[in-house]
Design a protein around this ligand. Structure first.
Ligand code: SAH
Length: 194
């Protein structure tokens, strides 16, 4: 694998992610929101994450900037990154499928929102965030640039740290003991670990 192919893999991954997400984003616009913690803080977190997973790597893929942070491409890392990206996309697909109409880009409770505890949600509470972390790891493996490569982990790490506690609070307020019991039998991101 060459550095050029690794960049193409990264671009194809972004396109595939968009295709997976699009029907859900479209449907979400039509499903009424009845509660949640949407606000300036959420939009700031989303922007930081988008910069790290999207804008900075895109600038690098398009222009090679920032040049000072570049290092020699290692084909073995590129191949590993391709597999990790494929795993991330598979998990994305599953989480969107299992969440169905409960899906939101931000913290929201929708009309007739049901707690999802099946499929990939049976063992972890935040499999979509696990998928984003896999994406960020794939980005670091595929793009031989310290800034563009690591920006995803930093950007999504900030979103995760700033959101997960509030999301669980919102779910506890909405679903009470049902969510408490679900928390007691699941992990956040990695089954058996965290
Ligand atoms: N944190 C989850 C979902 C991210 S999408 C994950 O990583 O997979 C964010 C929206 O999903 C939130 O607005 C919340 O309302 C909804 N949500 C999160 N967990 C849910 C669950 N187990 N069942 C139903 N909706 C859920």
């Amino acid at each position: 694998m060459s550095a050029g192919i690794a960049k193409i893999v990264w671009c194809l991954g972004c396109v595939a992610w968009f295709v997976i997400r699009y029907p859900h984003a479209r449907r979400a616009r039509k499903t009424r929101v009845v509660g949640g913690a949407r606000g300036a803080r959420e939009w700031a977190l989303l922007s930081i994450s988008l910069s790290g997973l999207g804008v900075l790597p895109f600038v690098y893929v398009a222009s090679g900037a920032p040049k000072f942070a570049g290092y020699e491409f290692q084909p073995v890392l590129g191949v590993a990154g391709t597999f990790v990206f494929a795993a991330a996309l598979w998990l994305f697909y599953r989480t969107h499928h299992d969440l169905g109409r409960a899906w939101s880009v931000t913290l929201e409770i929708r009309e007739r929102h049901a707690l999802v505890t099946h499929g990939v949600y049976a063992r972890v509470r935040h499999p979509m965030y696990s998928a984003f972390f896999l994406w960020a790891i794939a980005q670091a493996l595929l793009l031989p640039n310290l800034v563009a490569g690591l920006a995803g982990l930093v950007g999504f790490g900030v979103l995760f740290a700033g959101r997960v506690g509030r999301e669980e609070e919102m779910m506890l307020e909405t679903f009470g003991d049902e969510y408490r019991a679900y928390m007691a039998r699941t992990y956040r991101l990695v089954p058996g670990v965290y």
